[in-house]
Design a protein around this ligand. Sequence first.
Ligand code: SF4
Ligand SMILES: [Zn+2]
Length: 125
Amino acid sequence: MSKLAGKLDAKRQKDIKTLTEFVSIFCRENHKDAAKLPFSVKTVDLSSFLSLDQLQLCPNCHKLLTHGVVKLLMCPYDPKPMCKKCETHCYAPFYQQQIRQVMKFSGMYLIKHGRLDIAAHYFLK
Ligand code: SF4
Ligand SMILES: [Zn+2]
C-alpha cells in the first residue's frame, strides 16, 4: 500500500469524490471532441470509493484531476479547510487557475441541474 493510500479517511474520500465530479462535468461539457482516457492515479487505488468505470477525461483534465487528488491526499491540515479558502493554497499556479474555472463552471452547472447536494459540498462546507 502506498503512503498516500493511508490518508484516505471518509472526509478525504468525499473531497476526492466532489473534485472528481466537478472535473468530470467540466470535461464532458467543454471538451466534447477531445480524445478521452480512463482515469486512474498510479500512487493510490481510488476504486474502493469512486466509480471509475464511466470516468473518461481528456488529457488536460486527467492531469488536473491527478494534481488535485494528490494535493488532497498530501494536505497537511487536519481538519482540512476548504481549498478555496486555504491560506497556503498548494496547487501549482497553472492548476490553481484551471481548478477555479472548473469549480465555477461545474458549480453553476450543478445548481442549474438541481444537484444542490453536490454543489453544496463545495460552496458551503
Ligand atoms: S489548497 Fe490548502 S486545504 Fe487544499 S489541499 Fe492544498 S493545502 Fe490542503
Ligand atoms: Zn477535459
